[in-house]
Write a protein that binds this ligand. Sequence first.
Ligand code: GLU
Length: 526
Amino acid sequence: MAELELKIEKPRVRIAPSPTGPLHIGTARTALFNYLFAKRYGGVFILRIEDTDLERSKKEWEKDIMEELKWLGLEWDEGPLLEKEGYIGDFGPYRQSERREIYKKYIQKLLDEGRAYYCFCTPEELKAKRQYFMSIGQPPRYNGKCRNLTKKEIEECLVQKKPYVIRFKNPNKKVVFVDLIHGKIETDSSEFGDIVIAKDEQTPLYNLAAVIDDFEMKITHVIRGEDHIPNTPKQILLYEALGLPSPKFAHLPLILGSDRSKLSKRHGAVALKEYKKEGFLPEALINFMAFLGWNPDQDREIYSLRSLIKEFSLEKCQKSPAIFNKKKLVWYNGFYIRQKNIDKLTQLCLPYLIEAELVVPQIESKKYPPVFGADTISQIFVIKDTGEIIEFDKIKKIIAIYQERLKVLSELPELVDFFFKREIVYPKELLKWKDAEDKDILSALRKAEKVLKEIEEENWGAEFLKKVLVEEAERFKVGDRGYFLWPIRVALTGKEASAPPFKIAEILGKEKAIIRIKRAQELLKL
Ligand code: GLU
């Protein structure tokens, strides 16, 4: 397909979601590939809202789709505006529900030229036909009962207000197209019969609406999920019937769950906003989604949106299904968390600390309750449990010592809650290192208390604490510092795993650190 790629000039591509639910991760992947293709070749990325199904389409989903695309950084060059009414671009409206006038003339043309016809068959009749085809082992399709109604018959039915649909007069022939990913695809159109293309003279169904809009919006390449391959021959026949040129088609591979069945809720979250709420960064999702169907044949795994634009090509898109491996997404997320500037990371983490009710922002603002994935603007917070004031910079220090190990932002409260509690609760067995007995642990903690008390306030910092405590640990038990350091770490955090105790002690401050060491001794004596 290399040659086709070379000729690409300023493509116009679109993502055409139906707003019947929140942005699905599969749709986000399709949006990404369209975006990359457009940007790679200096083209235009269009957002079109396919809301012809008025009952299932909701404004709230439309808003969600737009917000999440923006959050991912996939800004559209043409389409509806998010913040206010209206559109950007010269080919609007970009909502199908507002394009009825445009559809009308195309539907009329098909009717006038005898390429489409009114069908008055009742649901019962259609059901009976369907059953007949199934009973002879053939795919159900419309058999053309209303295909040849006379003008007079049609008029009579219309006067009687008989319910109807508009069907396409299928030329029943072989349809061949070259998919830019899958290669040549052949279909015998008689397999699908005379499909319904419109509910009435101005309400096309998906296939016809997509054809009209793709033509009117000058779409050059239709890049979408493989589940749309069966629609493509239908759309090609509609282009032909309308005397219009068809765009090129590229169908992206399916996304499967780890059990190789189609990705669905059973495999976990499918809505992008759930990933956002769980604390995945847009950079991680973009990098991860790029590999859901694109394979650059290199060992390199890290790609920013910008480097993807440089490297992307349909040629490197695979035919075989892409497997959704959440562990890989978590891995990417850890990577991008480590790359984040600490101020920014703290901003992103704060909503999670607020939601976990560890801190309360002091400034009342529209941004609270917390908005996941957005910046937090307060600089001063109150620790809910103690009523103490804590500043942004202090929270930043806490997050900094967890930056290395944090994988998803929502894990943070559980990792750092001990900084925000007056008292921490843990079983005393946790204080035990290997075969240490209570008396050994007690003596380690007593020693630690003494050593810590002797440290001057101005020396209270992670490095100094490390020097002093490690020296003491070597003296306490030669060859295994754990006998001394483990109970200290547990006393400070109440946790089996945490950042190093010196860094934690620095942030807790002398007074709190000593209180916790004392409290651990009391716990042992119980
Ligand atoms: N509205 C269709 C969907 O949500 C768009 C399909 C297409 O890209 O043609 O899947």
